[in-house]
Design a protein around this ligand. Structure first.
Ligand code: APR
Length: 286
C-alpha cells in the first residue's frame, strides 16, 4: 500500500476510531487550561501583535456550550468569534479535503501557507472534543455525541463557523489541496465543499489554485479534467473565479517519497543518493 494510501487509510481508520471514541469519550480532560494556555502561547509566541483577552474568549466559549436554551439547540459561537477579531494575510490561505496528513507535511515545507489551524481559533481547539451535559450545567467529561454535520453538534458547529470565517476572509491567491486517489475528491458534503467554497468571495480572491495529488502508485482516480474536480472547476467558472489546476505537483510527490522512499517511483532518487553520487538535475524524476 502506498504511503499516501497508507496515510489516507490511517486517516480514515483514525477518523473512524475518533468517531467511535467520541461516542464514548467525553470532553477532553483539562480543556480549560489547554485552550487558555494555547491562546496565551499564540498571542505571546506565534502572533505577538494580536491583542485578545484569552480568559474572555474562554468564558464566551464556555457559555455557548453549557448555557444553551436546550440540549438540542443550535450551538452558536458568535459571541466567542466576536472576541477574536483576527485577519490574515492575502495569498496564503490553504484549503484541503481528504488530505489532512499530507497538508501538514506540505505546510511544514511550504511555510508561507496558512491553514485554519494557523488561526487563533483553529490553534486553540485543534484536536479537542467538548460537549455540555444534558440535564446539568458544565461540560460532560463522560461522553459526547459522535461527530455529525449538524449545527447542534458543539464541535462541528465551531469548526463550521471557523471554516466559514476563514474562507470569507481569504484574499489574493488561495490554494486547495485535493486527493486524486479517491472518487469525489471534491465533495459537496465536506466542509470545503459545503462551507468554504461558498464562503470564498470572487471580488477578494484573484486565483483559486487547485492542487490534485494522488498516491505515488495510484489509483489515479481523479484529475483536473476528470471526476468531481471538473465539477469544482465548473462551479468556480460560473462564480467568476480565475483558477489553475495542477496534478501531482513535484513538491507533493517528493514529500510522499520522503515519507516512503521504497516506492518504485522514488527509487531513482533513493539509489542515486545511497551511492553517494550527486543528485540528478531533476531530483527523483517523480
Ligand atoms: N482537529 C481535528 N479534526 C479535524 C480538524 C482539526 N483541526 N480539522 C478537520 N478535522 C477533521 C474533521 O472532523 C473532519 O472529519 O478532519 C475531517 C476533515 O474531513 P475532510 O472530508 O477530509 O475535509 P473537509 O470536510 O473538506 O474539511 C477540511 O475544512 O477544516 C477545514 O479549512 C479546513 O479546508 C479544510 C476543510
Amino acid at each position: 500500500m502506498g504511503s499516501f494510501q497508507t496515510s489516507v487509510f490511517g486517516f480514515f481508520i483514525s477518523q473512524l476510531c475518533i468517531g467511535q471514541l467520541r461516542a464514548h469519550l467525553g470532553t477532553t480532560a483539562n480543556i480549560r487550561p489547554i485552550v487558555v494556555g494555547r491562546c496565551y502561547n499564540y498571542i505571546t509566541l506565534v502572533t505577538p501583535s494580536l491583542r485578545v483577552d484569552c480568559e474572555d474568549i474562554w468564558r464566551r466559549f464556555e457559555e455557548s456550550v453549557v448555557l444553551r436554551s436546550s440540549f438540542n439547540a443550535t450551538v452558536d459561537y458568535h459571541q466567542m468569534f466576536d472576541a477574536v477579531p483576527q485577519t490574515w494575510p492575502c495569498n496564503r490561505c490553504l484549503f484541503w479535503s481528504q488530505t489532512r496528513n499530507l497538508m501538514h507535511s506540505y505546510t511544514a515545507v511550504e511555510r508561507h501557507f496558512w491553514t485554519l489551524e494557523d488561526t487563533l481559533v483553529g490553534f486553540m481547539f485543534n484536536e479537542l472534543v467538548w460537549c455540555g451535559r444534558e440535564k446539568r450545567s458544565g461540560f460532560d467529561f463522560g461522553s459526547c455525541p459522535p461527530w455529525a454535520p449538524s449545527r447542534r453538534h458543539p464541535v462541528y458547529s465551531l469548526w463550521r463557523q471557523a471554516s466559514q470565517n476563514f474562507a470569507e476572509m481569504a484574499c489574493g491567491n488561495v490554494t486547495v489541496l485535493l486527493n486524486g486517489s479517491i472518487s469525489n475528491a471534491f465533495n459537496r458534503q465536506s466542509m470545503f465543499g459545503s462551507v468554504e467554497l461558498d464562503g470564498l468571495d470572487p471580488c477578494r480572491v484573484d486565483y483559486v489554485h487547485i492542487r490534485v495529488v494522488t498516491n505515488l502508485e495510484g489509483p489515479f482516480t481523479e484529475s483536473c479534467s476528470k471526476g468531481s474536480i471538473a465539477d469544482l472547476i465548473q462551479i468556480l467558472r460560473s462564480r467568476g473565479f480565475r483558477w489553475t489546476c495542477t496534478l501531482n505537483d513535484e513538491t507533493l510527490m517528493n514529500l510522499q517519497c520522503v515519507q516512503n522512499p521504497e516506492q518504485a517511483s522514488c527509487q531513482r532518487c533513493a539509489s542515486g543518493f545511497s551511492r553517494g553520487t550527486e543528485p540528478p538535475t531533476d531530483p527523483c524524476g517523480c
